[in-house]
Design a protein around this ligand. Structure first.
Ligand code: ADP
Length: 403
């Protein structure tokens, strides 16, 4: 099963996208609909609301009067909290029931207007955000829902900004164009990403970089992608994850790189990473273990340091998750090398020259990884010298879990 979170500002076209995804075969769970369902006439939710807020929130037919309830909670934070205390657990329970009832190979799409505002992205394999500029959304809302411009603008102002939404989005579905242009991009998303992603999660398949080496210019979106993935890893690893960092070339702004996000998860011992519950949670979250035995060279002592490798089942975002013991030479080197690259333009230029040399020699992705090792060995003393001179230490010690 794949869990997709779908969001977008009011009037962006989120419901239109949800509708098309349902036609394509997704199991859509509509959070707004559930919010109404749990206070429907005769429901346990409505009983609780009346007990807390009185009969005044009902109209003559015993139906919830939303405007009356809205007026009570609008400016009273305590009242709003009470209302949410009633409805949120009921919505969560219903969502769980619907997810449990979905087929085991379903692509579920949870349509949640406030997904970004409530920072819920890590609970999903993928977050899809439908985007359209504020002026366009105002126009659509005035046209289709009869809102006044003031009303539309004040609702938009109360929600997350576009920038916040872009940071939270694994997929940004642009809906600035005509309605006819939206459908094909939803179909492409379905066939090229969601369906294969679901298959990969169910079968424990990780997506791989292309065999032929492709180096691409630095992408400003890599850092946010790494943070989204780290948040998901944190949920799956639980307390076993002591540190979490974006490492490797994509963590160095401006550096030419393969389009592969490297992440480092620090654990106290590798046993913690081999724990069956942790493994099962990683599988379910779409981070399957890579087959094979992996180790880092200890550049100081010629030793080998075992690590665990996981990938990402998302066909649209190749990711390597290096699981290393906190404080081990491999763990330290990944952080030191990244920080040296970030800090030293000359080092960056040298690394980039080496990358270009290997690429022009026609190395495949696998050969390239191996061929870089002698270069890493050769620059090891320079990196260590930089670390000594600058007093470098892994930032913030062990409690840190960011990039
Ligand atoms: P949301 O669920 O994000 O609030 P909707 O899907 O209900 O947004 O879309 C808002 C309004 O804009 C609807 O009337 C919808 O039919 C219309 N709409 C959606 N996409 C487009 C588009 N590309 N061009 C014109 N109108 C659109």
């Amino acid at each position: 099963m794949l869990r997709v979170g779908l969001s977008g500002g009011i009037g962006s076209g989120k419901s239109t996208v949800a509708h098309r995804l349902r036609e394509l075969g997704a199991v859509v769970i509509d959070a707004d609909l559930l919010a109404r369902e749990v206070v429907a006439t005769g429901s346990e939710g409505l009983d609780a609301v009346v007990r807390r807020f009185g009969d005044g929130v009902l109209d003559d037919d015993g139906v919830l009067n939303r405007a009356a309830l809205g007026a009570l909670v609008f400016s009273d934070v305590g009242a709003r909290r009470d209302l949410e205390g009633i409805t949120h657990p009921l919505i969560a329970r219903r969502t769980k029931e619907l997810l449990a009832a979905a087929p085991h190979d379903a692509v579920t799409v949870h349509d949640v207007p406030l997904l970004v505002e409530k920072a819920m992205g890590a609970a999903y394999h993928l977050v899809v955000v439908v985007g359209a500029g504020a002026d366009l959304r105002v126009k659509r809302l005035m046209h289709s829902r009869g809102m006044t411009e003031t009303d539309a603008r004040s609702r938009i102002a109360a929600q997350a900004t576009d920038e916040e939404r872009r940071r939270a989005a694994d997929v940004w579905l642009d809906n600035e164009g005509r309605r006819e242009d939206l459908a094909p991009s939803v179909e492409r998303l379905w066939h090229e990403r969601l369906v294969p992603f679901e298959h990969n999660v169910r079968h424990g398949v990780r997506s791989r970089p292309p065999e032929a080496l492709v180096l691409v210019p630095s992408d400003p979106g890599w850092a946010a992608a790494a943070q989204r993935l780290l948040a998901r890893l944190r949920l799956a690893f639980g307390t076993a994850m002591v540190t979490g960092d974006h490492v490797g070339s994509t963590a160095v702004p401006g550096l030419l790189s393969k389009d592969v996000v490297d992440l480092q998860v620090g654990v106290r011992t590798l046993d913690a990473a081999d724990d069956e519950t942790v493994r099962a949670r990683l599988d379910a979250a779409g981070f399957p273990r890579a087959q094979g035995v992996y180790a880092d060279f200890d550049r100081g002592s010629e030793g080998l340091w075992p690590k665990r490798m996981h990938g990402n089942a998302d066909p649209g975002r190749v990711t390597h998750v290096h699981v290393r013991e906190v404080g081990s030479p491999g763990w330290r080197w990944a952080l030191m090398f990244r920080d040296w690259m970030r800090a030293d333009p000359a080092a960056r230029r040298d690394y980039e020259a080496e990358k270009r040399r290997l690429a022009s020699a026609g190395a495949t992705t696998a050969e390239y990884a191996a061929a870089k090792e002698p270069w890493f060995d050769s620059v090891h003393p320079r990196a260590e010298a930089w670390a000594r001179e600058t007093g470098w230490a892994p930032a913030d010690g062990l409690a840190r879990a960011d990039g």
